[in-house]
Each structure stands twice: as structure tokens, then as C-alpha cells.
Design a protein around this ligand. Sequence first.
Ligand code: UD1
Length: 418
Amino acid sequence: MERIRVKGGTPLKGKVAVSGAKNSCLPLLFSSLLAEGEHVFYNVPRLRDVDSACLLLESLGCQTFRENEVLKVRVPSHLKVLAEYDLVRKMRASILCLGPLLARFGEAQVSMPGGCAIGSRPIGLHLDALESMGAQIEIKKGYVCAKGEHLHGEKFLFEKVSVGGTENIMMAATLVEGITILENAAKEPEIVDLAEYLKKMGAKISGAGTSTIVIEGVNKLTPSEHRVIPDRIEAGTLLIAGAITGGEVQVLNCVPEHIRSLLDKLEESGFELFEETQSVSIVSPSEWRPVDITTEPYPGFPTDLQAQFMALMTQAEGTSVITENVFENRFMHVQELVRLGADITPKGRVAVVRGKKGGLVGAPVMATDLRASASLVLAGLVASDETVINRIYHLDRGYEQLENKLSLLGAQVKRESY
Ligand code: UD1
């Protein structure tokens, strides 16, 4: 097991580069199942979730080769269509192999992803959409068993915005007969990135990045090459790291537009921001104001930055209200932040943070999910004494060596085995 020790109190200074986006990379890797041959992805982050995706692809019969930031996926003409429980349970995004396998081979059995710490995270919308396209779906012994030799395009309205649902159906629709229209589709930059790669493979897609996506099915796709977009959540986390320590940090290799909602909130709070095409610099004031946030699908404030922003608000002078609208149970970091001395009252989907500069005192804490772990590291950066974050395997699912990037900026952070 590994843990991270953070000694707080050093204002971060310097430049740091963002890696490729986890949430883009995973659907891109699963999209390779749609076409036989060699797919090449650049700017692929070294993350546990990427390793899990590769293991799953290999279990289906693909080969994966990695050299530095380049990942090649070789897809044979025939694949197994069974995604096993042991691989799927490690990562919910594994459900994204369902659409591609079903569309290409007419059948797929994918273990149902279980619940996870941040809520039940159902997949009903993925299944409803596939059924509306003609698939027969049964749940047997914990597996989604889907069949459909002749799926057809359909108009499908997502009753709730779902990133994974939009991705799964967009991928499936590329290979089915007719036109699929997805309404109330997710608009995240990762959806656009996936659509770009699908188009490079020969898919006919328009409207990705808006709430209506139109896909005209084709008979066959051909592998291509693609560079993964920068990780907007990592970019946001590093900016908040600079902010919470009262530092001055330049975050390189990011797309400022992708984190507009965060940048707006940081400015409202009193931070100065300087943007260039591919970087954002933050300069901290001596004190910052509390601001309220409500998480929403893109372009709203991302749920994946809620915990980190909450850590920042513990250091603002006054009260802020944080509303989590995307997931039902995404406040597990609250009790851990309270252990460090934060004054936060959660009630349902709302948490009231009574901030005060200084005041956090280091303690051992437990990481409960990916973004919660990041918020604890950020709080540790400003707590007095030492904070020890246990169970950091959650962190490694989605951040490429966060402690090294923070050390580059002067933070006193180290990883140790125990
Ligand atoms: C993706 C991201 C995750 C992010 C989330 C929301 C990846 C790999 N993960 O997760 O980091 O936090 O988007 O931005 O890209 N829902 C249903 N029925 C469904 C599907 C979803 O009710 O069939 C609900 C979920 O429970 C949740 C909400 O819709 O409350 C959004 O979930 P969704 O956008 O699907 O999240 P993921 O794709 O799992």
C-alpha cells in the first residue's frame, strides 16, 4: 500500500504541464473495438484506469503496446464479446465496450458495473437507448447480455445528461443502419474528442459538443491516429493547488476554454488569471472571497472539481454554499476535511463551508474516491504540520504522478510504501 505525506505551508510557484485527459482516453481506447487494425493514440496519460482499459481490451483479444506517451491498440478481426466482472468492477467506464461490441458483432456480454462510493451510477440510459435501436437486453447473473444483429438508427432523448451514455450510443450508432439522433446529449470536450476520432475512422457525425448529435451509420470503420486532449480536471486541480497555497502557478498544455466555469469562479473569488492559447497563470491575493458553486453538466461547473474547490473555500474569509447536482453522494471528502479542522455542514446535496484562512491542522486522512483524494492533498498543502493521505490508489486512477507535479512547484509532498 502507498500513502502520501504532505507538509503544508509553502506557496506554490512555477510552471507545470498537464497530461492527456483520462476521460477522453478511456472512450477513445474502447472506440478502437469498432475497427480491425492498428489504432495509435498520442498524449496518453500513465494512469491506473488506462491500464485497466488495456487489460480489458486484451481480455477481448486485442494487443496493446505502450511507449512513453504513445499507446497502440491492435484489434483483430474477431474478438471475444465477454467483458468479465473482475476487469469491469475495477473501472465503471468499462461499460463503454458495450456499444462498440454490440454494433460490430451483434452481441455482447458485459458485467454490470457495481455501485461506487459517489452514488449508484446506473446505466439504464445506455440500455434504453440500445433497446430503442433494436437490441434485446437481459440482465443475467450480473451481466448485461445484449443481442442485435440488425440494429437501426433511432431518435433518442436522454432524460438526464449522461457523458458515458452519450459516448456509448454515439460509438454504437457509427456502425448501425440509418440515422441516429441523440437529444439532450452531453456536451463535454471529451465527447467532441471522441467524435473527432470516430470521424477520422470514417464515421459520419455532426453536432458533437451541442445537445443534438446526429450519426449516420456506415458499414465499416478504419483505424487511425489521434492525440488525446489535455486533462481539464487535472488543469483545474493544479490551478486550485496554486490558489489554495496563495501561490503563483502557470499551468501549461491546457485548453482554458475547457475550464471556463472554474476560471470564472476563481476570478469571482479574487484570484488574478492570465490566459494564453494553451496555458493559464494564477496569481493569488492575500485573502480571497467565498463563492457559491453548483455542479452541472458541461459547460457548468464540473462535479470532478467540486471537492477540490471545496478545499479552496475552507480558506476563503466567509461562507460559501456548494451544491452537488450531478451525483447523489459526492461529499465523502467533507468528513475528512472536517478532520483537518474545516467547518463544513453537509445536508443532502448542499454543503455549507464556513471558511477561514489558516486553521487547518494536518492529520491522517483516508481517500475515498478519485477527486476526493485530490481535495485532501490540496488541503494538506495549506494545513499546518503533516497530513498523511492513505489509500491513494484512488488518486493514481486519474492523476499522473500528482505528487511529482506538485513537488515541481515547490510543495513538500512525498509518496511512501507501508
Ligand atoms: C463521467 C466521467 C466522470 C464524471 C461524470 C460527470 C468518465 C470516464 N467519467 O462519468 O469523471 O464525474 O461523467 O461529469 O468520463 N445516470 C443515470 N443513468 C444512466 C447514466 C447516468 O441516471 O444510465 C446518472 C448518474 O447516476 C449521474 C449522472 O447521470 O448522476 C451523470 O452520470 P454520467 O454523465 O453518465 O457519468 P459517467 O459517464 O459515469
